[in-house]
Design a protein around this ligand. Sequence first.
Ligand SMILES: Nc1ncnc2c1ncn2[C@@H]1O[C@H](COP(=O)(O)OP(=O)(O)OP(=O)(O)O)[C@@H](O)[C@H]1O
Ligand SMILES: [Mg+2]
Length: 275
Amino acid sequence: MSAVISTADSDRLQPSSGEDAGPAVVSLRGAVATVGGRPVLRGVDLTVRPGEVVALLGANGSGKSTTVKTVIGSVPLAQGSLELFGRPRRKFRAWHRVGYVPQRTTAAGGVPATVREVVSTGRLPQHGLLPFRRTDRDAVDRALTSVGMLDRAGDGVANLSGGQHQRVLIARALVGRPDLLIMDEPMAGVDVDSQQVLADILRTEVERGCAVLLVLHELGPLEPLIDRAVVLRDGCVAHDGPPPRSVGQHALPGHDHVHPHADDHHHRTTPGLLT
Ligand SMILES: Nc1ncnc2c1ncn2[C@@H]1O[C@H](COP(=O)(O)OP(=O)(O)OP(=O)(O)O)[C@@H](O)[C@H]1O
Ligand SMILES: [Mg+2]
């Protein structure tokens, strides 16, 4: 994507075009990670460039969620290296530039919170312990409006449907206007109409220059937005290149081969968040 982020903040992205796009937003090299005593990632390379939309695909248990958790720092690397926005992970502090939507679990959270409270936590990396200001409140309202949940702001999240809950998590990720958006299966359990809403939201973020790393089981309505696909198999990268066409049933659990585009139109040459 070739959008320019116009902001006075020198920490923000520069224009993203070809060689001038600056350092990779995510550069994960040779990632090895062990979870629960089991080797889960066995040398994963993953790059997301400024303004790029990368889909991370693979069968259940192939290591997709673990990979994005290493990127946000909630799973440590046993071996390998990670740079974010050109900075080694250990020196990276600008977590306000990263928005993260975790994979939804069926277990409801134990802490009662309203929709507004959950979305507001997305502003925490911005202002730390300072009191909420008008700009923060406006940003929360904007994010809730963009996912069509402003009228539910005062409701408890425990009373929402699965798809509504997912929209709230997306609003929380968007509220800080991130330069990198990481979403782990954002379409799971979301009906077709809501999927289109989410695709439109994502398009807006991409148009303003946000880089996106998406864990997906099928490309679906997001397909036109995706620049590149990385397919994991058993903790290793099995494919890194043009998105597989109509990944649909081919991405179902256990299906481990992909069909790259023959005539690809989309491909262009071109302390942790939760701690
Ligand atoms: N907390 C944990 N304890 C033990 N094993 C784990 C833990 N988290 C993940 N694993 C294991 O690591 C492997 C990779 O899990 P991961 O969640 O990264 O896969 P995934 O590709 O995201 O799968 P899915 O498509 O089902 O979300 C799996 O075998 C899983 O059982
Ligand atoms: Mg997962």
